[in-house]
Design a protein around this ligand. Structure first.
Ligand SMILES: [Zn+2]
Length: 147
């Protein structure tokens, strides 16, 4: 087996220092083709840092996937990578909400389809029980909003 190439971490003061970013909600970013991650001083958590490393190790591409299915799969894969190493994030509710919003706004997927995509990825044997409970919480919330 070839030795794994090193992953470089660049810690910046603000998301504004991450090249090409206009997104103030960004906490960290990976550029898998360069095996490089950006983290924000005092903001990026250990779990988020490991999530970005997960995107590199799992061989994800630099751009957000064209297909919504792949976007959800890659996000959950990166979260699982962090969880398997750190036991974090314990709760994934905020992350699930963020994925749901990306699906309905950026990918223009209908709310029921977005829920179905999340459900399929979360109801896997290797996903922690708490994340499944988080998913049910989200489903309950959105049932009130979208019916
Ligand atoms: Zn990610």
């Amino acid at each position: 087996m070839e030795p794994r190439k090193k992953i470089t971490e660049i810690e910046v003061e603000s998301w504004r220092d991450i090249p090409g970013q206009q997104n103030s909600t960004l906490d960290a970013m990976a550029i898998p083709s360069k095996r490089r991650i950006y983290t924000i001083k005092g903001k990026t958590t250990e779990a988020e840092r490991m999530h970005e490393i997960g995107h590199i190790v799992k061989g994800h591409s630099d751009r957000e996937p064209y297909k919504a299915e792949n976007f959800v799969r890659e996000e959950i894969e990166a979260h699982l990578y962090a969880y398997q190493r750190l036991g974090k994030p314990k709760s994934i509710l905020l992350k699930l909400r963020a994925i749901f919003n990306d699906l309905t706004h950026n990918y223009r997927i209908s709310p029921p389809k977005a829920k179905a995509l999340l459900r399929r990825n979360i109801m896997q044997p290797n996903v922690p029980k708490q994340w499944k409970l988080d998913y049910y919480k989200l489903e309950k919330e959105y049932r009130k909003v979208f019916g």
